[in-house]
Design a protein around this ligand. Sequence first.
Ligand code: DGJ
Length: 511
Amino acid sequence: MQIPSLEVKGNKVTLLSDGKPFIMLAGEAHNSSSSSLDYMKESVWPALRSLNMNTLVAAVTWELLEPTKGQFDFTIPDGLIRQAEEEGMKLVFLWFGLWKNGMSTYVPNWVKENRDTYFYMRNRYGEPVNAISPLCTAGFESDAAAFTALMSHLKDFDVNRTVLMVQVENEMGLLGDCRDFSPAAEKAYAESVPADVAEFCNVDCTWDEAFGEDAPELFMTYYYAKATQYIAAAGKAVYPIPHYVNAWLEQHPWTPGTYPVGGPIARHMDWWKQFAPDIDFLSPDIYLPDFEAVCDEYTAMGNPLGNPLFIPEARPSQDSASNVFSAIGKYGAMGFSPFAIETVGKEGAPPDLSLLGGLNIMAGAFNHYKSAQYLRQSYKLLGGMSELINEYRCTSHMTGFTRNKDQLGTLVKFSKYDFQINYMPNSAESPKGGGLIIELSDDEFLFCGLNYRVTPLPKNNDASHLEYVSIEEGSYENNQWVQGRQLNGDEFRIMFQENPSILRCRFMRCR
Ligand code: DGJ
C-alpha cells in the first residue's frame, strides 16, 4: 500500500490514501479518551458508528509513549490502529508532546521533574509558566527523539496505512505573557536577530529595533516554528506522511498571551512557512462563530489553496452540519472534524461545560443538542458523492456557503447562471443554512445542504429568460445517483429544510 501523501496539482492539494483522493469526514475525540483502549472500545467507537464518519482524530501522548527515558510503549497507537481498522475508519494522530494548549502537561514525568535540563518559560515578573521554553534545546531534542520513535514504529506497524497524517503538538504558544522572559530568552532577545531572520526580513539589528511592538510575538513565533521544524523534520525523515500544526486562534481580547503567542495564527503564516518548511500546512481550530472569515484567512496565502485547509477542531454545535458544506465546497477542505465527537454521538448527553471555563470558548460552540441528527446526514450525503467532490474540488464549478451571523443570504456565480441563496430564519431547533453547489454542465446543477432556498438568475448581460426544466430529489449511494421524487407542481422549487439533502436541477435559457 502507498503511504498517505499530499498531491499538489496547480492550486489543488489533495490528500491521497493508498494513491486515491480522500476527504476526511472526521471528528476529534476528547483529549483523554485515547489514553485507554478499553474506554475507546466501550465509550467512543460505539458512539461514532451512526455518524457516517470515515476518520477519527485522536491523541497519542508523549507521557504514555515514553514513560521511562528511551523506553517506548506503543500499546496505545497500535491499539488505536487495530480498533480503527475494525471500525473501517482512518486515523489522524495528534502528537501531544512538548506543548498542548500552550502548556507542557503531556511531557513524561522524567521531563517534568528535571527543570534544570528542561527549563520552563517565565513571564515578565520572573514567575514560571507551565510550559517548557521553545528555546530549550534539550526539550525539543527529546521530544523529537520520541516523535521519531513513534513515526518509525508507524512506518512498520501501520501496514494498512490507517494513520493518514500527524499533527505535531497541539495549539502551541505561550499563554500569560507576550514572550518568554527566561534567562535564555532574555539573552536571545537582547542580541541581534538570528541570521535566517535577518535574511528573511532584511534587517540586521535586535528584535526590538527590527520589529518594534511586534517584536515579542515574532520572537516567539520564530522559536516555536524552529523547534517544531526540528521535531517534524526528524519524524518526516523516517516516515513522510503529511505533518501539520493547529492553531488556537487570535481572538478577544487580542493581546498576545491571551491566545498562545508564537503559535500558527493566520497573521504569522508566512513566518511559519519560512521557518517550519517540513510542516505541510497550518490548521485553524474553529470555535469562533464566523466560520468563513477564519477559512478565508487560512487559505489566503498566495493562490487560494496556498495553505490547504484541514479543520482538525470545529465547534461541535449543530452548525457543524452546515459549516462542513462551506469548508469542502468553497474552500476545498481536505477534511472537517468537530471536537468532542463521542459526546456528539451520544445523543442527549449534556455538553461538558466544565471544559470551557479556562478555554475562552463560548458555551454555544459546545451546544451539541441535536448535532448528531444533522451531522450524520451531511456526512452521509458528502461521503456518498466523494468522487464528484474530488473531481470538482478547487474548481470554479463547485462552491459552498454557510450562514454568517445575521446574513440574509449570499450570491454564488457560475458560468451561465447566478444563484441567489436565501437562508431560512435561524432557530435554536435546527442548524443555520449551509450548502454546496456543483455545476455539472452549463445547465445542470447539484444543490446540497440545508435551510436555504435558491432563486436562479440569468447573468447580468444575458437577456434570455430562465426556466426550470426539471428538479429531481435523490441521493448518491457509492457515487451513483439514486433518483427519488421528481419534483413538480407545488414542490417545483429549490428549497432545503432542516434535513441535509440533494436536488439535481436542469435549467434552460430561452428568448
Ligand atoms: C482546543 C484544544 O486543542 C483541544 O485539545 C481541547 O482542549 C479543546 N480546545 C477544548 O476542550
